[in-house]
Each structure stands twice: as structure tokens, then as C-alpha cells.
Design a protein. Structure first.
Length: 424
């Protein structure tokens, strides 16, 4: 299956410049995607582009990941409602190193002619003076052309700095530089990048009468229209220090049926027949969540490891099981990593000296319940557990109840879990 055929059946292809398919059919093509170094880790929102490069390489082409050391200093306005804070060079270099390490887990950098490559646009911009840039690049692209871009038009009403306005010229020059010096013929990216990408093809045409091509993929959204890759606790990252393997696994496991069917095509390397068979199995027994489990297991293993997957599955079974003794099999770090920050409540250790009552614990020193009345009502309805045991209004909790000397596991209803943590 060709690269474009692969993208099409997986539902990833959005837009393509005329002539691109013919170019790809002629032989090996060098193509690149840019990654924004605003954090020291890629997020699951970047995964669609990582997978695009992976399919590109598997089809026999040469994938190039451009980490934007220079463009990160400017800030891409695409899809943004306000200007971002600019990053200093030290922070950028730290972020670039973290992202590079993650990209190396997916792409093959030692397979001969079409080995993956990572480039940093700071390498060619660091010696490029402002006067040289506006003379050699700026004169080829008109202000009218730049103003017509959606990423600019959407920001004009509230104001846009010249720094961000110039971003499309900087990204356009990236394409020109790679085309001119490395023979890169194709730039790819998310559909919100189309305007910036075609600025590069236009610069190549106007500056050197050359030809280059563009391709974009669909932006991933949840079936309910909300943003993909975020939870109430924030972004889902590929770095285990930012998002634990357990939370990462849970993110995919909790996908809706409609989303899981979309995601398994985009984020796994499963073949078409395998996915179709899995979708059919899931449809026959949706309560078993076979689609979500296959998705979560595949991507957790590839982003983290088989061991991390097994530990995430074990943590899931323990957290949602009925035995508190099983919960003790986890380490203190794993216990805390199983909860989003919004579900962890820190309380004073002295609270447990004379025994803490549940109303104080659940509605006063924490906000697990919004009011004392709500806490009382739920406890009386037998809907609250502490350390996997149902509680009453007369229950008391001392230091001996604290797991690892600092945690209480709170369960509200069937699926809502919280962690009370002492400040010792």
C-alpha cells in the first residue's frame, strides 16, 4: 500500500497539493514535518504527525523531523487566540533534547538511504541577520498574500505583533532552505498548517522558480467536538514524568466507542483487516471494550514499554477492584501517579492525631464534596468508601489508616476516586 493509500484508509489525509501523488510514485522522496518545542515532551496531540512520518518511512521515503529552535523563539499564531510567551535559548535547547529522544523511539535512524533525520532550524537562522532576511526573503512574499492567511485574519481584530506576523515567512524559509540544500520536496503537517506550508512552496517558486509540494492531515478531535489530547488534569504527554504510564493507558482506555474506532486507525500500525475484525468483535460485545483495550495496550507499549503496560493494567485492576490489600502492592509513587492533580487533596498531618471525622475530611479540609450536607447525604446513602471500606457518619480515621503513612483512598460512587495526602 502506498503512503497516500495508507493515509486515506486510516482517515488521516486532509489536503494535498496537485502533483504530490505523482512525485511520491516516482521514487524515494524527502519530506518533513515541523515540531513546536514549547515543552520538553511531545503530547498525544503530536502523535498524528509522528505517525505520518512513520508511515512515510515505511512506504520507502525519507522522513525528516524539524524541531523548531528558531521558530520556537517566534511563536506560531495558527489556532492561537493570544500571543504566546517567547522561550529563552536554554529552555528551547532542553525542550529540543526531550523531543528528540521521543522521536527516536518511533522512527528508524539506521536503515540506509531512507533513515530518519532530525534537523533544527536554528542551525540556519542563527547566522541570518534581520536585514539579510527582509532583503532575501521578505521581498518575495507580499503583505497582501500574508494577510490573506486564516492564521493572520483570525487575529487581526485583537491585534498581532510583527513577531508572530512574520512566522509564516520564517516557516516558509525553512522549506526553501531544506529544498535548496537537502533536496526536500514535501512538507507535511496538520490541516491548520496549510497556510504556512504553501507559503514555503510559494517562496520556492518566486525566489528560485522551483517546485515543491504540500500535504496536510486531519486535526484530531473527539466525537463530542472537544479537544483531543487534554483531560481535566491537562495535556497527556509522552514523557512518563509528566503523564504516568497508568494515566496514559487510562486516557486511551476511556475513549468512547466512536473515538476508539477512529484512534485505532490513526495511532496504531495494525493492518486494515486486523482493525476491521476488531471493530466487528467490539460491535458484537461492546461492554467488553475490546477496541479500547487493544488501542491502549498498543500505544502504551510503543510510547513507554511492555513492563509499563503491565504495571498500568495491574494498577487499573487494583484501583477499581474491591481489595485494599491489593492496593498495597503499589509503590507510594505509583499510588500518587494514578491520580490527576485535581483529584489529590493535601491536608495537615495533625488532623489524624485525635482521629478525623468524615465530614471534616471530605467537605471542610478537602472539596471532595461541595458541602457538609452533600457529604452527609452520600455517606448515609452508603455511597462513600475510604480505603475500599464503606464508612458511616461515626467513622474516624487515624494515622494507622494512612497507606505509606500519608494516603487515604476515597471512593465516591462507583467510578470517582480521590486521594487525600498528608503534608508530612
Amino acid at each position: 500500500m502506498s503512503f497516500l493509500e495508507e493515509l486515506k484508509w486510516r482517515g488521516m489525509l486532509h489536503d494535498i497539493m496537485p502533483g504530490t501523488e505523482e512525485l511520491l510514485n516516482k521514487g524515494m522522496v524527502k519530506g518533513y514535518i515541523g515540531f513546536d518545542p514549547t515543552a520538553d515532551s511531545l503530547g498525544v496531540g503530536n502523535m498524528a504527525q509522528v505517525m505520518t512520518l512513520l508511515h512515510f518511512q515505511k512506504a520507502g521515503h525519507k522522513p525528516i523531523a524539524l524541531v523548531g529552535g528558531a521558530t520556537g523563539m517566534v511563536g506560531d499564531p495558527s489556532g492561537k487566540s493570544a500571543e504566546r510567551n517567547l522561550l529563552d535559548e536554554e529552555t528551547l535547547n532542553n525542550n529540543l533534547a526531550g523531543q528528540r529522544k521521543q522521536l527516536e523511539k518511533f522512527l528508524d535512524f539506521n536503515c540506509g538511504e531512507n533513515s530518519a533525520q532530525i534537523v533544527n532550524n536554528y542551525d540556519w537562522f542563527k547566522g541570518f541577520s534581520f536585514l539579510e532576511f527582509i532583503r532575501d526573503v521578505g521581498k518575495h512574499i507580499s503583505v497582501n498574500y500574508m494577510l490573506a492567511k486564516d492564521s493572520v485574519k483570525s487575529r487581526l481584530e485583537n491585534g498581532m505583533s510583527f513577531t508572530e506576523f512574520s512566522y509564516q515567512l520564517v516557516q516558509g524559509y525553512d522549506f526553501y532552505y531544506l529544498w535548496k540544500n537537502d533536496g526536500v520536496m514535501l512538507q507535511m503537517g496538520g490541516s491548520d498548517q496549510w497556510g504556512n506550508i504553501v507559503t514555503g512552496t510559494e517562496l520556492i517558486r518566486r525566489k528560485d522558480a522551483g517546485e515543491a509540494f504540500a500535504l496536510t492531515t486531519q486535526l484530531i478531535k473527539k466525537s463530542d467536538g472537544t479537544k483531543f489530547g487534554k483531560t481535566e488534569g491537562g495535556n497527556i504527554w509522552l514523557d512518563a514524568k509528566r503523564t504516568s504510564p497508568y494515566k496514559f493507558y487510562q486516557f486511551w482506555l476511556n475513549a468512547s466507542d466512536a473515538d476508539a474506532e477512529t484512534y485505532i486507525k490513526i495511532f496504531t500500525l495494525n493492518k486494515k483487516a486486523e482493525i476491521e475484525a476488531l471493530v466487528a468483535e467490539h460491535s458484537a460485545e461492546p461492554h467488553l471494550r475490546k477496541l479500547q483495550k487493544a488501542l491502549a495496550e498498543d500505544i502504551t507499549t510503543r510510547v513507554h514499554s511492555k513492563n509499563d503496560l503491565e504495571r498500568a493494567i495491574e494498577t487499573t485492576a487494583i484501583l477499581f477492584g474491591s481489595s485494599f490489600d491489593d492496593f498495597k502492592k503499589l509503590s507510594a509513587e505509583e499510588v500518587e501517579a494514578a491520580f490527576d492533580e485535581t483529584d489529590i487533596f493535601t491536608v495537615d498531618n495533625n488532623l489524624f492525631t485525635d482521629g478525623a471525622d468524615p465530614i471534616t475530611l471530605l467537605a471542610e479540609v478537602s472539596s471532595i464534596f461541595p458541602s457538609k450536607g452533600e457529604a452527609k447525604k452520600n455517606i448515609q446513602a452508603n455511597a462513600v468508601s475510604v480505603n475500599k471500606a464503606k464508612i458511616t457518619l461515626e467513622s474516624k480515621f487515624s494515622a494507622t489508616d494512612l497507606l505509606f503513612g500519608k494516603f487515604l483512598l476515597i471512593q465516591k460512587g462507583k467510578k470517582n476516586y480521590y486521594l487525600i495526602k498528608t503534608n508530612n
